[in-house]
Design a protein around this ligand. Structure first.
Ligand code: SF4
Length: 342
């Protein structure tokens, strides 16, 4: 490692990513993040966080389900193929250094930086049924910056909607370094092209819309969800020709089916050669073999939840060792290590 903790030539770059445990993982998460993480664990030094404190920013009024979601999320990640021998999987609240760094960073972040984050107002509008005027929700991107900077991560896999948060994190790192001296590398975005994964109603797949196909859904339930999924609204009967370009089922084909099937759907839909049920059965033919092994691994892991807890404990131990190293440097740079013993 270099003095700042960034890897030297030949070392693997460090990656940080995570999710809020606010509900079950779905196939949108699989295609949009987990598949990418599984590849990254062979090429990068990866830290994957289950961000339970982030869940509190919106779920503070009823925290009772979060504990269950945390363990379910770990099950989903492991079942999808994350390997605790090749990456570090941990729960954010088991590494209290995140909170300490968040507090210190919050001293140097102008409120205007947070108010201008595009997702701040958007999410307040989208979740109008919740009171999101709380300080924690405004400060969410500072906690997110702490999550990244505490590991001196150089790379952060991001979707389009997270780019503004990462830019803010880079600004915070720059401000810290200019005030107190170089401690943090500026993390770079790791962008991958991810196919659009619509939910069963055609909107973005999301737990809050109730349109998700979850990784843990039994296969008969998945089948029912896909068979009921909305299609090209202009295709009212089997005899009407359709347009795959406006059909959310075709978006799922693009995420899961092979070239041959895509060509078949493109041709047969446009000339009303087959019906939407046939088309969805072709999709299921590709989707089910992806989900089945995940569910089998998940069922095995579910029997031994103590083993999953042990993986999380070991992950937290590894993460804490790195976080403690960063905090030592941060306290020294800010001159808030009192010099007293302890
Ligand atoms: S045939 Fe397939 S692509 Fe065409 S409208 Fe029906 S579900 Fe959509």
């Amino acid at each position: 490692m270099s003095p700042l903790g960034a890897p030297g030539a030949g070392e693997r770059q460090r990656v940080l990513s995570g999710f809020r445990p606010t509900g079950p993982m779905h196939i949108g998460h699989l295609v949009g993040a987990l598949d990418n993480w599984i590849r990254l664990q062979d090429t990068h030094e990866c830290f994957f966080a289950i961000c339970d404190w982030h869940a509190l920013t919106s779920e503070y009024a009823d925290t009772s389900p979060i504990r269950g979601y945390v363990l379910d999320m770990a099950l989903d990640w492991l079942a999808a193929g994350l390997d605790p021998d090749r990456c570090t999987i941990f729960v954010q609240s088991q590494v209290p250094e995140h909170a300490e760094l968040h507090l210190l960073l919050s001293m140097i972040v102008p409120i205007a930086w947070l108010e201008r984050v595009p997702t701040y107002k958007e999410q307040q509008q989208q979740m109008a049924h919740r009171d999101l005027t709380n300080y924690g929700f405004l400060g969410y991107p500072v906690l997110q910056a702490a999550d990244i900077l505490i590991y001196r991560a150089e790379r952060v896999p991001v979707g389009e909607d997270q780019i503004a948060h990462l830019e803010l994190c880079r600004e915070i790192a720059r401000r810290f370094n200019s005030l107190y001296g170089e401690v943090f590398p500026e993390p770079q975005a790791l962008t991958t092209r991810v196919p659009r994964v619509p939910g069963t109603d055609g909107r973005k797949m999301s737990k809050s819309y109730g349109n998700a196909v979850n990784l843990g859904d039994p296969l008969p339930e998945t089948r029912q969800k896909i068979l009921r999924m909305v299609t090209d609204p202009a295709r009212k009967t089997r005899k009407d020709a359709g347009n795959p370009d406006v059909c959310p089922v075709y978006d799922l084909h693009k995420a899961f089916s092979d070239r041959e099937t895509l060509d078949l759907v493109n041709t047969e839909c446009r000339r009303a050669g087959f019906g939407c049920i046939d088309c969805k059965n072709h999709l299921l033919r590709h989707l089910e073999p992806v989900l089945q092994p995940i569910q089998e691994r998940r069922a095995r892991l579910q029997i031994d939840r103590d083993a999953v807890r042990a993986i999380l404990a070991e992950g937290a131990r590894r993460a804490r060792a790195e976080a403690a190293l960063t905090m030592k440097r941060v306290r020294a740079a800010m001159k808030i290590d009192s010099g007293l013993p302890g």
